[in-house]
Design a protein around this ligand. Sequence first.
Ligand SMILES: Cc1cc2nc3c(=O)[nH]c(=O)nc-3n(C[C@H](O)[C@H](O)[C@H](O)COP(=O)(O)O)c2cc1C
Ligand SMILES: Nc1ncnc2c1ncn2[C@@H]1O[C@H](COP(=O)(O)OP(=O)(O)OP(=O)(O)O)[C@@H](O)[C@H]1O
Length: 294
Amino acid sequence: MEVVYINNSKVLAECKPEPCVMAVGFFDGVHLGHKKIIEKAKEIAQVKKLTFAVMTFFPHPSQVIETDRKVISYLSPLPSKMEIFSQLGVEKLYIVKFDKNFSELSDQDFVNQYLKGLMCKHVVAGFDFTYGFKGKGNMEKLKNVGTGFFDVTTIPKIQYKQEKISSSMIRKLLESGLVSEIPHYLGDYYRVSCLVKSMERGDADNNFIFKAQIDQDYFLPKPGIYKIQIKFNETFYNGLCNITNKTLKPYLFDGVIDGLDRIAEKNNVQLRFIEQLLDQPVAAAYDLFSRTVI
Ligand SMILES: Cc1cc2nc3c(=O)[nH]c(=O)nc-3n(C[C@H](O)[C@H](O)[C@H](O)COP(=O)(O)O)c2cc1C
Ligand SMILES: Nc1ncnc2c1ncn2[C@@H]1O[C@H](COP(=O)(O)OP(=O)(O)OP(=O)(O)O)[C@@H](O)[C@H]1O
């Protein structure tokens, strides 16, 4: 996957565009609604024999625009989002810096400079996609202004239990500790990548006790005790993890892993949240862990 960072219209002019089918959106978490959009763009690109591209923005628009709900941590921080896009077969990823200047670009200028400028022949986005200053552009307008330049495909609302699947909904579930519900929205357990700081045999049952550091850009579940899996070298290990102080930066997890003797310190692992066991962290975590059957 080729990654192109666009910081302003000058850098945009230096891009070497190629005719493409483009999925557009912020796509935090790349949930089931987002996946439908990306899969549709891929399918159209194959049929039309064009490059399969995605355009996303960074940071989240709420960090630049006045809103009551600022998104400061992510379900998929940029490196994780890039990995997911690459796994979904995206050929070209445009990452547009969302700054004050960009936010004030009119909807017409965004279409002319960015979508037409990057040689989009087909744009795919969801039913509620908005763009341009004050979010004045929508899918209806996009179809009109694209006539003669690009086609537009709108993905209808993807729902679970009669509600729109959204990144905000997944954040709410994490804030409530309801991690076991998340696969219905994400298509998989909520996962974060982290760096193992220490791993030693520690408790009475000879389980491994680990401490791991997580990138501070990740949105974390409510403090508490969680059943987890650690993925390392394509193998999943069951365990428990204690999330304590959410304000601690960088975050440190500690926990117990069952029968794990291959992960050494300084390894990057993927941690998946399976189920909340206790809705508050415990001070003497190891005591609790050693008494709990993993
Ligand atoms: C050029 C441009 C300017 C934007 N300006 C604003 C803005 O002034 N106010 C706002 O609330 N959102 C603005 N947005 C954000 C969009 O409304 C929207 O959140 C963004 O395009 C991501 O779409 P998505 O949230 O559907 O993924 C702008 C987006 C673009 C592409
Ligand atoms: N459930 C859904 N069904 C269809 N399209 C969706 C769905 N959720 C998001 N989209 C589309 O995905 C793209 C990215 O949207 P966005 O990143 O705002 O997702 P979101 O889940 O709505 O986020 P948030 O909850 O933060 O508003 C947009 O084109 C949007 O219309």
